[in-house]
Design a protein around this ligand. Structure first.
Ligand SMILES: *Cc1c(COP(=O)(O)O)cnc(C)c1O
Length: 405
């Protein structure tokens, strides 16, 4: 099927609406993606036709819901090329998955052990590890970045040692769009006996990751970044790691037997899935994956790369505009500022023109500190954005510049 952006846009009801009397130009995809009708229908279908609690019922609705939920798990397993379905743990999202692993690692770390994080991380991939270090006395080390936003791998090699127990890095930076060389990072960590957690929240909408080929120990992501609903995501973990990690939350569903003397835990994946999950969300996550694959990740990447190149060229032509994160390997995220203008003021004016961009630190304050700026304006493009929308952005930014200087 040939890639036809106008046809694709028809799948997204929200893209037809107006904001402030102008057609919506949605360029905040790095914060969350929009949802196609197929995903919305899937949620409506669940609540209209087979809503029931899963895994414990013998009645028909419960079996239908369980089958659909487990089918979604298999879909996700296949999409990320994960070896076994029970290595896919449903979570409420990336943040939940990271906290689950960070909490479990309390058991494996002692004073003087080291963990490594990159300078490009989202707060959700910094704070849980700082909390882990506080609990255990482990030391947090940071891989620094170059001026262009790329990680300095030679510095990573210097801080990596036999003391390193865990390395966490995002696959793609949400603040700058830089794609990190995670395969190299994983291989080097493994040579030193350290495990690696990759935050794939930003990568999952742009590229199809092969987790077996990456040989990563843990990978986390959120459905809402890839056309799925909010409040659901996955933690992938290698089976041997998931067996070693203690459960995160206690409750129904995660137990084998409960007495007041001793409780034994259920096997994978249920050990980590306490309580009633986001059933509709999990099923709709599967629908989102089907939808993206029906378009195809090659087509998605190529369209987004064209938008990135065109927008970079057009924005760079604006005098006084500086783009942060100019590294070679990049996805369709552009973070920028105009000299002498606060990013918030640009965001406010372009919103009046119907354009949704994000302004601020993008949950990555250390990056803003590195560039000594309060924040940036971030335009992030998805496969349903068009060249005309880039033109609308450029014209709005020019207008804002004229009004503010
Ligand atoms: C969005 C994002 C997160 C946080 O995801 P939640 O869905 O809010 O848990 C973490 N890391 C990166 C790189 C992100 O883009």
């Amino acid at each position: 099927m040939a890639f036809n952006v106008q046809e694709i846009r028809k799948d997204f009801p929200i893209l037809q609406r107006e904001v402030n009397g102008k057609p919506l130009v949605y360029l905040d995809n790095a914060a969350t993606s929009q949802k196609p009708q197929q995903v919305i229908d899937c949620i409506v279908d669940y609540y209209s036709n087979y809503n029931a609690n899963i895994h414990r019922g013998v009645h028909t609705l419960s079996q239908e819901a369980t089958d659909a939920y487990e089918a979604a798990r298999k879909k996700i397993q296949q999409h990320f090329n994960i070896t076994k379905p029970h290595e896919v743990i449903f979570t409420s999202g990336t943040t939940h998955g990271i906290n689950l692993v960070a909490n479990g690692f309390t058991k494996f770390l002692s004073k003087g052990d080291e963990v490594i994080v990159s300078a490009l991380e989202h707060h959700s991939n910094i704070v849980p590890w700082q909390m882990l270090c506080e609990r255990t006395g482990a030391i947090l080390k940071v891989i620094p970045i170059e001026e262009n936003g790329e990680l300095i791998l030679s510095e990573y090699e210097k801080i990596l040692s036999e003391k390193t127990k865990l390395v966490f890095v995002n696959h793609i930076s949400n603040a700058l769009g830089i794609i990190n060389p995670i395969k190299e990072i994983i291989d080097k960590a493994h040579k030193n006996g350290a495990a690696v957690l990759v935050d794939g929240a930003q990568a999952c909408s742009h590229i199809k990751s092969n987790l077996q080929a990456l040989d990563v120990d843990f990978y986390v992501t959120s459905a809402h970044k890839m056309c799925g609903p909010t409040g659901v995501g996955i933690l992938y973990g290698k089976e041997e790691w998931l067996n070693k990690l203690p459960p995160y939350q206690g409750g129904g569903e995660m137990i084998d037997e409960v007495t007041f003397e001793k409780t034994t835990y259920a096997g994978l994946p249920h050990k980590f899935e306490a309580g009633t999950p986001n059933i509709a969300g999990g099923i709709a996550f599967g629908a989102a994956i089907d939808y993206l694959n029906s378009i195809g990740f090659d087509a998605i990447e190529s369209h987004e790369n064209n938008l990135l190149a065109y927008a970079t060229e057009q924005l760079t032509a604006i005098e006084g505009l500086k783009i942060y994160g100019t590294g070679v390997a990049k996805t369709s995220v552009i973070s920028f500022n105009i000299e002498g203008i606060h990013p918030y003021d640009i965001g406010t004016i372009v919103d009046k023109l119907g354009i949704a961009v994000r302004t601020g630190h993008h949950c990555a304050q250390p990056i803003m500190d590195f560039y000594k700026i309060p924040g940036t304006v971030r335009a992030s493009f998805a496969f349903y954005n068009t060249k005309e929308e880039v033109d609308a952005l450029v014209s709005a930014v020019n207008k804002a510049k004229t009004m503010l200087t």
